[in-house]
Design a protein around this ligand. Structure first.
Ligand code: SF4
Ligand code: SF4
Length: 407
């Protein structure tokens, strides 16, 4: 659905912008109530005796991580979760009990890129993250058992943590021809049946990556297997979408952390994405934005403007149409992100990005004489087109499910 007239466009843009917008200051009373609620929840978790206790700080020391570095990580994480600095002690406390949130990870039609990203989650260390900090009860790529032993482990985890586990889902679900294009296990259970069974007793489903959220690469035209994202297959469950290819591990950890701390899922937008991660448009916080505003663009790969770090819009950057926190959280221990590395954003965290955006290296609005920095009209400029084209289409395509899992 695209604009028919300025009035309709303006009205839809307002709705879409409001739905995505993150309110970064909700006021003193809100944060005080939230703080108290988190503290009560953490006290309850601390009283649980299910797991063997050990001193978390001793473990950090054993791994050669200074307490000061951990506190820096806590500060950065608190800010990334859009919480005031006063929540830092709660975030630190949460890490100590984060293993009270059991996670079951299931793979479907995917490349395992999100698992790979998850393994590289920043700090404390990979081993601690997997084995000690997060209670990862099942992950077929990481665990030793296979075959029937793996199936038994899954059944055991589901029974032990019935109603408590977060079900992380990686990959899309093939739905054509009763789902025969994806099966698992000795019984040949289809992915459709598998995810339905796993989701039945979970506390919430966390779909990670472009494929599990919106269908991703497998759902690109002609979509031969009828691949769909989780929210189009599962109903009646709480669902969180963490899109991108791969999903940023900081956002995965952020969801687990917030859930452990508050006992609830984070605030979500209309596409079920956590607002702390997807409440900002890439274009609005991009380090090349000053060049966009000045009309300074890379015109050809490797030209002088590329060397000077100019804007990549004309080389196909979809940052103006994409909501994600890549520019601020970055990847690989905050060393870089795609636009900083020299390639435009391909919009991987937006639904249907492969079909909708066309070529990765051509502008979405393609006209050689078009100056993207100028307004298209008093109502619709490059910025509002970005929000509008993506979100209005999404609103119509993806609002069948709500964050409460209601149809
Ligand atoms: S178009 Fe892309 S490179 Fe240019 S400012 Fe926007 S996000 Fe950054
Ligand atoms: S910069 Fe764009 S394409 Fe790259 S990971 Fe972020 S959202 Fe995806």
């Amino acid at each position: 659905m695209f604009f028919t007239d300025k009035k309709t466009a303006a009205s839809h843009l307002k709705t879409a912008t409001n739905e995505i917008k993150i309110d970064t200051n909700k006021g003193e009373v809100y944060y005080k109530n939230l703080y108290d609620k988190c503290q009560t929840n953490l006290n309850k978790l601390q009283a649980k005796e299910r797991f063997a206790e050990e001193d978390f700080y001793d473990r950090l020391e054993e791994e050669g991580i200074q307490r000061r570095d951990f506190l820096k990580w806590v500060s950065a994480t608190t800010a990334a979760l859009m919480l005031p600095g006063s929540f830092e002690p709660l975030v630190a406390q949460t890490i100590e009990v984060i293993n009270r949130t059991p996670v079951i990870w299931a793979n479907f039609q995917d490349c395992a890129g999100n698992s790979e990203a998850f393994l590289r989650t920043d700090g404390p260390t990979i081993d601690e993250l997997i084995l000690d900090i997060i209670s990862l009860e099942f992950h077929e790529l990481l665990m030793t058992p296979s075959g029937e032993a793996a199936e038994a482990q899954l059944a055991d985890a589901m029974a032990t943590f019935k109603g408590e586990y977060l079900l992380f889902v990686e990959g899309s679900i093939p739905t054509l021809d009763n789902g025969v294009y994806g099966t698992i296990g000795s019984s040949g259970e289809t992915y459709m049946d598998h995810i339905t069974r796993l989701a039945q007793d979970c506390a919430a489903v966390v779909a990670v990556g472009s494929c599990a959220t919106f269908g991703g690469v497998p759902s690109a035209a002609p979509n031969p297997t009828g691949a769909k994202g989780v929210m189009d297959v599962i109903s009646g469950k709480n669902i969180v979408n963490i899109p991108a290819c791969p999903a940023n591990p900081s956002n995965m950890l952020g969801v687990i952390l917030l859930y452990t701390m508050t006992g609830e899922l984070p605030e979500l937008d209309h596409l079920l994405r956590p607002k702390f991660a997807f409440g900002t448009r890439i274009h609005d916080v991009c380090e090349r934005r000053v060049h966009f505003d000045a009309g300074e663009f890379v015109e050809e790969w490797g030209d002088a403007n590329a060397q000077d770090g100019h804007c990549l819009y004309k080389m196909g950057c979809k940052g103006p149409f994409t909501f994600n926190n890549c520019p601020t959280v970055q990847y690989n221990r905050e060393t870089s992100w795609p636009v900083a590395a020299g390639h435009g954003c391909i919009g991987c965290s937006e639904p249907g990005f492969i079909d909708k955006f066309g070529s990765f290296e051509k502008p979405f609005v393609y006209n050689p004489s078009y100056n993207p920095a100028s307004d298209i009209s008093p109502v619709v400029n490059i910025a509002t087109v970005g929000i509008g084209m993506m979100t209005i289409k999404n609103l119509f395509n993806f609002t069948s499910k709500t964050s409460k899992g209601e149809e």
